[in-house]
Write a protein that binds this ligand. Sequence first.
Ligand SMILES: [Zn+2]
Length: 178
Amino acid sequence: MGAGSERGRDDGEDDDSDDSDGAEAGGRGGGAAEDDGENCPLCGYFNSPAAGDTCDHLRAWVWDDVIEGSPVYDEFAAAWSDFSDLASSAEDVAEFADNALGLAESMALPDALVAYSHWENSPLDVFVELAGAAVGEGWTMSGPLGGSGYCVYLESDERANAATDGYRALLAAIDPGR
Ligand SMILES: [Zn+2]
């Protein structure tokens, strides 16, 4: 008797509503069933970019490989992509790199600008390297609107803007007609 009446009560995934470990960081968020964000590695603020709730350090948000950039990131990515396109379309890539390195040196720009121009991964990786950005630990959401993501953070835009300006300066020197 009563065989089917008690099934299915134990499959809650990590619903720890009657655990008391909300005492440290989890207690303040107010009811999200799942984390929809991550803590800023610089200030510790819980960033939830989908809800538009972020700290001042966030510069780009990656969700399922789509990058939602801040203006600082977007400017950098555009300049880097232009330079990278020019580099990869050169007839002799090694010669292009040599010339670009010589130019960078004469313009007192860092070698790294040229060194990273051949990267074929995301400009975000180059941004992280050149701007010295911090990368969040990421989070995952399940369900129909689920996915996974992370954010990239900067304390100051100085290095990012310097890299953007550097790429623009190199582009102008190599190909003044652009
Ligand atoms: Zn922050």
